[in-house]
Design a protein. Structure first.
Length: 273
């Protein structure tokens, strides 16, 4: 990625961050910020081996999805990555779907690399990292960082251990050898133990498996049911998320034959029409 393009992405990431509510160093709740920005956020436990997130345009709406079977820190980064697609790429494309390869930075696709860079700048801007290392880490320049320090960075910036290491290495705050040592310490001590030892946010290392669906989506679900895209069982599952039953929306249903599809793609099929 050319330095000029990186500079442009940093500007856009920092401009969006200025609209967010921030604690001492990190964005407090990126999920709430997503909704405050006007995006339609869908969080759903799609499974550990499923896609991690996607973003798409539907009419005048921007729909953002994150898989809540991911650890919270990874889900937050996925959301930041999808917001990156919105800001950088969605005017020239209708959708992006992301999995472990694109989110982990192993994709050679330029747009995926740009979205990852945007997410890193949004969650851990360089000036805030510098401030943390200066004010919170005693003798950082002479002693370096410990695994417990990385756990503190995790909690302050709401990121994963791996993302913290990636960002610190990319900003040249740690060397490749230091990164390897810190990663080995993570494996030996385990992230959960490290977070507990510093009084950090242990939820970052756990999957929430939350279900959060904007109220407008029920219309898409009903439309898909009426067009034989999803079976009644899927409709009922979706209604449960809204604490509704078939009887509550019976006036909106039409006579139809059952379909066999029962997954999130079918559930949201109407969005892409």
């Amino acid at each position: 990625m050319l330095e000029g393009r990186k500079r442009d992405i940093r500007k856009q990431a920092y401009a969006l961050r200025e609209k967010c509510k921030v604690s001492r160093y990190g964005i407090i709740d990126l999920f709430k910020e997503c909704e405050r920005l006007g995006y339609k956020l869908l969080r759903y436990p799609l499974g550990e081996d499923a896609d991690l997130g996607f973003v798409m345009k539907k009419d005048n709406d921007i729909v953002v999805f994150t898989n809540t079977c991911s650890r919270l820190a990874r889900e937050i980064f996925t959301l930041a990555h999808e917001i990156g697609h919105v800001v950088l790429h969605l005017e020239r494309a209708n959708s992006f779907i992301d999995d472990a390869i694109t989110i982990a930075g192993r994709s050679t696709n330029e747009k995926e690399q740009e979205a990852n860079y945007f997410a890193s700048c949004l969650l851990m801007p360089e000036d805030e990292v510098d401030k943390f290392l200066d004010l919170e880490i005693v003798d950082f320049k002479s002693k370096g960082l410990t695994a417990m320090d990385i756990a503190r960075i995790m909690s302050e910036f709401n990121v994963s251990f791996e993302m913290a290491l990636n960002r610190l290495e990319n900003l040249e705050k740690i060397s490749g050898n230091e990164r390897t040592k810190l990663d080995n310490a993570r494996i030996q001590l385990r992230v959960g133990n490290l977070l507990r030892s510093v009084g950090g946010n242990q939820r970052l290392n756990e999957a929430t498996e939350e279900i959060e669906i904007p109220h407008e989506y029920i219309e898409y679900v009903i439309d898909n049911y009426n067009h034989n895209v999803i079976p009644q069982e899927t409709l009922e599952k979706a209604l449960e998320c809204y604490h509704l039953t078939i009887e509550d929306i019976s006036d909106k249903l039409v006579e139809r034959e059952e379909a066999e599809e029962d997954d999130l793609d079918a559930l949201l099929g109407g969005i892409a029409d």
